[in-house]
Design a binder for this molecule. Structure first.
Ligand code: UD1
Length: 366
């Protein structure tokens, strides 16, 4: 019997762990799954709603860490996780993505000589001002099994001197959840509630510190948004960090002159899937949304200068546009005029990644 402890903490972890836990639960004679939640995200809109909609089992323990500075949050996760791992004694710790919980859990497990499997290993933006890039580099340097979503990730790891035996190309786990949820998302009444018609609006998300923590940058992006919403309605589910900065910088009044902008709370997984899958275009600075739009063939403008997911540009519908207002407007209007890049779904983004991950862990355990 193999005891596998999955550690999650923040919103983008939940859609990655859901199919993996389901796959482990399909093999009860050989796997005992344990779920540890660090509590990095705790709001209903960023946390509980995902557990409900994605049918994620109740965590065996919640460390209730909450918000803080990077060092404060990472340190508290490490301090609380150590006794939890001592108690559960897992054979492996499984971490996903690139959030602070991912890196903190990896460090604790590695020092306790517990093997670590990293799901979504090898992605690199090569921008070390991004907290996630530091998390990715540290996690991959000490994890024992590196489960990659795309061939570029394998190449990054090899280049960093990681032994090829540790690397397994398994595909994109988030797409398992996307495939399983698409049908269910059709029951969402979000578009009706917002009085929107499929294909006749855009969706936008924004939460990266590089876009929202600087007043001038944020004001510039909102200026571009003001012009885009003149052409087409834009739905903007707002992350708490962004909401806080807009109010702190005194930018809230600019929404008064944007009648076609619909600001909502952060949406649950199914409502958000319904929103972007029916949209004409997505503007975002998220990582995962670049991948989800690629799979559905929806044009995506990424408001960043770099991406750790280059395959969404080389094969998918994603375009990096940075955060200068003129460039955002120019690219957005081009898409609205009908300019599209034909995209294709990358290799192994087929909805069957969870099975390959569990197989890889079993094989590495022999
Ligand atoms: C984290 C991840 C980021 C991911 C994002 C998705 C890191 C370094 N960053 O960023 O990669 O894309 O999650 O959402 O791990 N807050 C709430 N309620 C919550 C959680 C946070 O209001 O449930 C607010 C707090 O004011 C907090 C701020 O959001 O200070 C930021 O939260 P934090 O977990 O530090 O990072 P995110 O910006 O959410």
């Amino acid at each position: 019997m193999l005891r596998l402890a999955s550690v999650v903490g923040a919103r983008p972890n939940f859609m990655k762990i859901a199919p993996l836990l389901a796959e482990m639960n399909r093999r009860p004679e050989i796997i005992e799954p344990i779920l540890i939640h660090t509590g990095q995200h705790y709001d209903d809109s960023l946390n509980d709603s995902f557990f409900r909609e994605l049918d994620i089992p109740r965590p065996d323990i919640n460390l209730e860490i909450g918000s803080g500075t990077h060092a404060g949050q990472t340190g508290r996760i490490m301090i609380e996780l150590e006794p939890a791992l001592a108690r559960f004694k897992p054979d492996w710790v499984i971490v996903v993505g690139d959030v602070n919980s991912t890196m903190a859990a990896t460090l604790v497990a590695a020092k306790m000589n517990i093997r670590v499997a990293h799901v979504e290993a090898g992605l690199r933006s090569r921008d070390r001002t991004m907290p996630e890039e530091i998390n990715r580099l540290v996690t991959d340097a000490v994890a024992d099994l590196l489960l990659t979503p795309s061939p570029d990730a394998d190449q990054n790891l090899i280049r960093e001197g990681i032994s090829p035996e540790k690397i397994v190309f398994v595909g994109n786990i988030m797409i398992d959840t996307l495939h399983q949820s698409l049908e269910m998302s059709r029951a969402s009444d979000l578009l009706g509630r917002l009085e929107l018609e499929p294909g006749k609006y855009c969706a936008m998300t924004l939460h990266r510190p590089s876009n929202v923590d600087d007043q001038q940058t944020l004001a510039g992006i909102l200026g571009a948004l003001a012009e885009i919403q003149r052409e087409i309605p834009v739905v903007f589910p707002m992350h708490p960090r962004t909401r806080a900065r807009i109010s702190e910088f005194g930018l809230s009044q600019c929404f008064a002159s944007m009648p076609n902008l619909v600001v909502t709370e952060p949406l649950g997984y199914l409502d958000f899937l319904s929103l972007y899958s029916n949209s004409k275009m997505v503007l975002t600075d998220s990582g995962g949304i670049q991948e989800e739009t690629t799979v559905l063939g929806i044009p995506c403008l990424t408001l960043r200068d770099t991406t750790e997911r280059p395959i969404t540009m080389t094969e998918g519908t994603n375009r990096l546009v940075g955060n200068h207002p003129d460039r955002i407007k120019e690219e957005a209007f081009a898409v609205l005029k009908g300019e599209r890049r034909p995209g294709r779904v990358p290799e192994l983004w087929d909805g069957k990644t969870a099975g390959r991950i569990v197989d890889a862990i079993l094989k590495a355990s022999i």
